[in-house]
Structures are given as structure tokens and as C-alpha cells.
Design a protein around this ligand. Structure first.
Ligand code: 5GP
Length: 201
């Protein structure tokens, strides 16, 4: 399939705790559009409820570095100053060629690499919490240690400075509303079907 015919690629970025995964899960459970979330990879430890191959591919640093050297990563970055995170190319290319839109939940460094690597059919969205102070509360609810929360809030300030580089901004005041808005943005990126033409004879 030529690159102009690829299904859309959606980059969703925004501070940790803004609700990116919640909104994407809501969208995926309600939409009729062909959309999937790419499973990305990380070298951080899984949280107690996280499953390899479902929430992330949990790789060691060594495994991660081998994939980078082998050219198998579409993008990768050190996020929150500590762990590798990245998108395996295989998570994106095949589905898009098959007409399925792919959502990447990644940080602003990854977003910049994807802008350069995949400009065709790309739509970038930045998600903000309604109030910045909410972030610390949302992170605490996840049971993160204070040191992790501090690092994530520092990243949030850095990430928010990049908001101008995104085509769309969404505020997560209400999950259903934000999920519907994201769906609308994605729908508008699908190639529109040509209107049927009638021919006499
Ligand atoms: P968490 O550790 O809370 O699961 O994720 C932390 C942050 O890592 C997320 O907010 C997201 O922005 C970023 N992230 C997750 N997967 C990827 C990825 O594949 N690439 C990049 N660059 N960032 C990612």
C-alpha cells in the first residue's frame, strides 16, 4: 500500500497522570472505527497489575539496547530521566497498511522522532489535566513513591512547554467527552470515501 493510503497514526502525549491511557481505553471500548493502541516497550519494572505484552513489553535495558541497534524501534527515549521507553516499528507499520489506525501513547521526545519518521497521515494530540495540581493527586492515587512523583512532575513541566508543537490540544475534564473528541479527531484523518458516481448506460 502506498504511504498516502496508510491508516492514520495518532500520537497522544501529555504529562504523566493526565489520563492518556484512560481516555484511549474508553475510546477503544466504544468506537466503531478500526483503531488499535500500539503496545510500546519499557525497561522499567511492571506495576503490580501490569502484564507483559498487554500494558507494555517489559524488556531489560540490555534487550532494549539490542532492539535499538537492530533498527527495530520506530522511536525511543529515556523518560523521566531513568528508563527506556520506545515503540517497536512492527507495532505500527502492519496495522496501518491493513487500514487500522494506530495510537501511540508516548512522551514529547518520542513524538518529535515520529514527526520526522512518519509525517504522512500523522496526527498529534496533547492531553492536559484540567488543573495542573491534579497531577500530583492522580499520581499519588497510583501509589507511586514520592521520589517518582517528584520526577514525573518535573517531566510534566518540561512536557507542557512543548504543547505548541502539537496539532490538537485536549483537556481531560471528563473522560467520555475527551474520548469522543479524540475519536472525532481520528475520524477526520481517515481517507474519506469517494462519493458514488452514477453513469447513464
Ligand atoms: P508510565 O511509566 O507511567 O507507564 O509511562 C510514563 C510515560 O512514558 C508516559 O506518560 C508516556 O508519555 C511515556 N511513554 C510510554 N511509552 C512510550 C514509548 O514507547 N515511547 C516514548 N517515547 N514514551 C513512552
Amino acid at each position: 500500500m502506498s504511504s498516502e493510503r496508510l491508516a492514520p497514526l495518532i500520537v497522544l502525549a501529555g504529562p504523566s497522570g493526565a489520563g492518556k491511557t484512560t481516555i484511549v481505553d474508553r475510546l477503544l471500548s466504544t468506537t466503531k472505527l478500526p483503531i488499535r493502541r500500539a503496545i510500546t516497550a519499557t525497561s522499567r519494572e511492571p506495576r503490580h497489575d501490569e502484564v507483559h505484552g498487554v500494558h507494555y513489553y517489559f524488556w531489560t535495558r540490555d534487550e532494549f539496547e539490542k532492539k535499538i541497534v537492530a533498527g527495530q524501534m520506530l522511536e525511543h527515549a529515556i523518560v523521566h530521566g531513568r528508563d527506556y521507553y520506545g515503540t517497536p516499528t512492527a507495532e505500527v507499520q502492519g496495522p496501518r497498511e491493513a487500514g487500522i489506525a494506530v495510537i501511540l501513547i508516548i512522551d514529547v521526545q518520542g513524538a518529535e522522532q515520529v514527526r520526522r519518521a512518519c509525517p504522512n497521515g500523522l496526527v498529534t494530540v496533547f492531553l492536559m489535566p484540567p488543573v495542573f495540581d491534579d497531577l500530583a493527586a492522580r499520581l499519588r492515587k497510583r501509589g507511586e513513591p514520592e521520589e517518582t512523583i517528584r520526577r514525573r512532575l518535573e517531566s510534566a513541566v518540561r512536557e507542557s512547554a512543548c504543547i505548541g508543537e502539537f496539532q490538537h490540544r485536549l483537556v481531560n475534564a471528563e473522560v467520555d467527552t475527551a474520548a469522543r473528541e479524540l475519536e472525532r479527531i481520528i475520524e477526520s484523518q481517515f481517507p474519506q470515501p469517494r462519493s458514488a458516481t452514477c453513469s447513464s448506460n
